[in-house]
Design a protein around this ligand. Structure first.
Ligand code: NAD
Length: 264
């Protein structure tokens, strides 16, 4: 453990269970001395999130469905009453109908396109606006993205288009809030087996492909994403904003893996 986050207070959004990327991040932050609050989506998740929050010494659990602006308002009103000031937010939320996370992107429906963009992209902007009002001494905002924003990945489809928009919004938010000492970044995580990931077609195969073809020849863990988040959310990242940091065992740099080529 270290003291990188001593005296800092932050909100974790998107914890569903102990496989969530948000859990890896929350553990790294708590280990570094941060004080945490958690938002959860709906009563069903409360019984999972409550004990996990408790493990990290937090008893601040606030319901928030990011599809509802009133619910986001209530979240930040509640937090403001408890804490006044805020230092960081982790947004680890994304959603699309899993029937459209397979097959062709071109078949995406208007309704699911709008819903995917609303929950996976707009919600981060809506959260940043409210969080910034509480970041009176500067702050750091973080979201999660995936390589499917940059290059076509099988089955990622509308979520890839949404992540591209999310990465663009990180840059715009970084510019808007930078003058107030607030940084905004994304982590582009390699594939990790979570609840959300299990909705993606052939996800096991995608993980195997990444393991075989990334420079480190393995997949990344939630703990590794947690360590990168600690960098971006702590003073270590004080010079970094508008960035998408890849934590993907290097997969994003590979054009073609070096192998012993056959004679042709
Ligand atoms: P997860 O299922 O553990 O977390 C997804 C979270 O989104 C859940 O906590 C869920 O409650 C929340 N959520 C969905 N709709 C919501 C709504 N309307 N309101 C509030 N919360 C809502 O899965 P995860 O893989 O940890 O996902 C976290 C983030 O990481 C997502 O943005 C995902 O796209 C991203 N990501 C995941 C991977 C991966 O391979 N798992 C890779 C790169 C990026």
């Amino acid at each position: 453990s270290n003291n990188l986050m001593a005296g800092k207070r932050g909100l974790i959004m998107g914890l569903a269970n102990d496989k969530s990327i948000a859990w890896g991040i929350a553990k790294a932050l708590a280990d570094a001395g941060a004080e945490l609050a958690f938002s959860y989506q709906g009563e069903a998740l409360k019984k999972r999130v409550g004990p996990l929050a408790g493990e990290l010494g937090s008893d601040i659990l606030i319901e928030c469905d990011v599809a509802d602006s009133g619910s986001i308002d209530t979240l930040f009103d509640t937090l403001k009453e408890k804490w006044g000031k805020l230092d960081f937010v982790v947004h680890a939320i994304g959603f699309s109908d899993k029937s459209e996370l397979r097959g062709r992107y071109v078949d995406t429906s208007r309704d699911n396109f709008a819903m995917t963009m609303d929950i996976s992209v707009y919600s981060f902007t809506a959260v940043c606006k409210r969080a910034a009002d509480m970041m009176t001494e500067g702050g750091s905002l973080l979201t999660l993205t995936y390589y499917g924003a940059e290059q076509v990945m099988p089955h990622y489809n509308v979520m890839g288009v949404a992540k591209a928009a999310l990465e663009a919004s990180v840059k715009y938010i970084a510019e808007d809030l930078g003058k107030d000492g607030i940084r905004c970044n994304a982590i582009s995580a390699g594939p990790i087996k979570t609840l959300a990931a299990s909705g993606i077609g052939d996800f096991r195969y995608i993980m195997k492909w990444n393991e075989l073809n990334s420079p480190l020849r393995r997949n990344v863990t939630q703990e590794e994403v947690g360590k990168a988040a600690l960098y971006l959310l702590s003073d270590l990242g004080s010079g970094t904003t508008g960035e998408t940091l890849h934590v993907d065992a290097g997969y994003h740099v590979v054009g073609m893996k070096a192998v012993d080529a056959p004679d042709i």
